[in-house]
Design a protein around this ligand. Structure first.
Ligand SMILES: NC(=O)c1ccc[n+]([C@@H]2O[C@H](COP(=O)([O-])OP(=O)(O)OC[C@H]3O[C@@H](n4cnc5c(N)ncnc54)[C@H](OP(=O)(O)O)[C@@H]3O)[C@@H](O)[C@H]2O)c1
Length: 267
């Protein structure tokens, strides 16, 4: 199998490159036109494409609506138009405008900010041109920094690096170990076309997740639980029915801590 991975030097793409058999790094798509993408894929003749490249920061999208639309909607649609089997990353942010509490199923999507509206439009347009495409609604992901890969603040690095943090003691959201996300991509490539909630579920509030994780690792971070957060927790039954499963959020965090031997952190 030859699988082209876009965004191969990004946070998620680099971890996929680490573990996916047959993965080959795609060139940057930033300056590619629709014709460039068609020519490139015609020349490469891949068995599949895993598309992670995107403007993934909500603030960056808001600051450059035209540029982010090109990256987050046009480019994935141009990839889908080639007809190659494609797995493309979307986001749990598509639930940002939901009024009822989670966990959300795929049909509950109701995006509020520009980034999430782009992601939902991308999903709909991709599926209309390539019904076999697989759209993965990912949660906020975490890992320790990876050599040679840009780092970004994430739940784990915040928990390890900050003296004090505030989370909601009412809102629920899944947080996913990005190495599980990468390990499951091979199975995701076999899913029937459609949109899937893709990541760890969480039946604990974000504050309680942080509290239990801090307790398990004896972290010194001071936690408070009084800030407002939107619910983002997802129900992943559809994904499980397709044979792809994740650890719960707390299990994933503890597994990551074990992988990196973090029990001695700051001791
Ligand atoms: N990180 C998270 O916690 C999270 C949560 C939910 C969903 N997601 C989604 O998961 C996917 C991967 O996220 P990530 O965190 O790995 O992203 P990332 O590291 O911020 O970016 C991935 C790659 O996107 C490409 N890129 C950046 N700006 C671009 C532009 N203007 N046009 C075209 N390509 C551009 C870059 O690749 P090149 O240098 O090769 O151009 C970059 O390495 C994205 O679709 C994101 O929306 C991420």
């Amino acid at each position: 199998m030859k699988i082209l991975v876009t965004g191969a030097r990004g946070f998620v793409g680099a971890r996929i490159m680490d573990v996916l058999d047959g993965a080959q790094a795609a060139p940057s798509l930033r300056d590619m036109t629709r014709d460039d993408i068609r020519r490139w894929i015609d020349a490469e003749r891949p068995d599949a494409i895993v598309h992670t490249a995107a403007v993934s920061d909500i603030g960056e999208c808001a600051a450059d609506p035209e540029g982010s639309y090109r990256a987050n909607v046009d480019i994935p649609v141009w990839i889908a138009e080639t007809g190659v089997k494609a797995v493309l990353f979307s986001s749990d942010q598509v639930y940002s405008g939901c009024i009822k509490p989670g966990p959300y199923v795929e049909s509950d999507a109701c995006p509020e900010n520009l980034y999430s509206r782009e992601k939902l439009e991308m999903e709909e347009r991709v599926l209309s041109v390539n019904p076999d495409a697989v759209l993965l609604r990912a949660t906020w992901m975490y890992d320790m920094p990876r050599y040679g890969t840009p780092n970004r603040p994430n739940f784990l690095t915040m928990m390890l690096g900050r003296d004090a943090l505030a989370f909601s003691d009412r809102a629920y959201r899944g947080l996913t170990y990005v190495r599980e996300v990468a390990a499951n991509i091979e199975a995701a490539l076999r899913l029937p076309g459609g949109a899937y909630n893709y990541g760890s579920e969480n039946d604990l509030t974000t504050f309680e997740t942080a509290r239990r994780f801090a307790e398990a690792l004896d972290l010194k971070v001071r936690l408070s639980g009084d800030i407002w957060e939107h619910d983002f927790s997802m129900n992943c039954d559809r994904l499980r029915a397709g044979g792809v499963a994740f650890s719960s959020t707390l299990e994933g965090l503890l597994r990551c801590a074990e992988d990196y031997n973090l029990s001695n952190w700051r001791k």
